[in-house]
Design a protein around this ligand. Structure first.
Ligand SMILES: Nc1ncnc2c1ncn2[C@@H]1O[C@H](COP(=O)(O)OP(=O)(O)OP(=O)(O)O)[C@@H](O)[C@H]1O
Ligand SMILES: [Mg+2]
Length: 255
């Protein structure tokens, strides 16, 4: 009997979580859509004084449409990586090389935000086996965050090391404003954004870290985070060989 009740509770929890997902998505799609319709409406009704006005309205509508696209893309990615049977396609990856490529890829964007991205002096190759494309997505999400929320700081560092015979750890550090301790254990939840960052026009969907965490979990690893006045550090712990599962050494989020 107890088990029947337990499974009913579980079913209700899943139902509720799906409803929450739909509520969030509808809200996050409706906000930019309302604005797109508003500005296109102004153009349609000829409620503008000059070509500059028209250009301004189209620019806003375009930006909001891009925001919607990014939400839909992220959502698609999120549901894909949440499926436990998602297949990974393993490649041999040199972490040292990967970090150098990431620095090159993000240098310009970081620079535009007044930040410098770097990695330790080129050390020897560090090979692991992982899904290169998905892992790329993880770094993309973490580094984009470091750029987006690290404004006011100066640096973003990438560093990798083997912590044991079977575990690699890759850190993404930035010296921007700290993440409040009480938010640390929630930032990996889908749609969660720290209040201040909600108000800023950073336009995120709150899915980046949830996606990153799911991808790392598919690899048998985990991500943890620490944040103080000096640094915010996201650490990706990955098994070196496919099919292995790391035991999480520490509680997932530390303050
Ligand atoms: N390096 C960081 N420094 C400070 N705050 C961060 C950092 N990384 C993430 N955060 C906080 O965690 C929240 C969740 O991040 P996440 O990447 O999941 O969503 P997002 O960046 O808001 O949107 P998305 O990545 O889907 O575009 C962010 O809104 C931000 O408040
Ligand atoms: Mg993000």
């Amino acid at each position: 009997m107890d088990s029947v009740i337990a499974s009913l509770d579980e079913e209700r929890a899943i139902e509720k979580s799906k409803d929450d997902l739909i509520t969030n998505v509808s809200h996050d799609l409706r906000t930019p859509l309302t604005s797109i319709l508003g500005y296109l409406g102004l153009i349609q009704d000829k409620q503008y004084r000059s070509t500059d006005d028209v250009l301004k309205y189209t620019e806003i509508a375009y930006l909001k449409a891009k925001q919607m696209k990014s939400l839909v893309d992220n959502l698609f990615e999120y549901t894909k990586v949440r499926q436990a049977d998602t297949k990974l396609s393993y490649n041999r990856i040199d972490l040292t090389q990967m970090m150098e490529q990431l620095v090159a890829a993000f240098e310009l964007d970081a620079g535009k935000h007044g930040l410098k991205i770097s990695t330790d002096e080129p050390a020897e190759s560090m090979f692991i086996e992982a899904d290169a494309e998905k892992l790329g997505r993880v770094f993309n999400n973490l580094i984009s965050n470091a750029i987006k929320y690290g404004v006011g700081g100066q640096n973003i560092y990438l560093r990798a090391k083997f912590v044991s015979d079977d575990e690699a750890k890759i850190d993404v550090l930035n010296d921007g404003p700290r993440i409040p301790a009480k938010a640390l254990n929630q930032i990996f939840e889908r749609f969660y954004r720290v209040e201040e960052s909600r108000n800023k026009d950073t336009g995120g969907s709150g899915l980046g870290l949830a996606i990153a965490q799911s991808i790392v979990a598919l690899h048998g690893g985990y991500i943890d985070v620490t944040s103080d006045d000096e640094f915010t550090v996201f650490s990706i712990h990955l098994p070196i060989k496919p099919g292995e599962k790391l035991k999480q050494a520490k509680p997932q989020m530390l303050s």
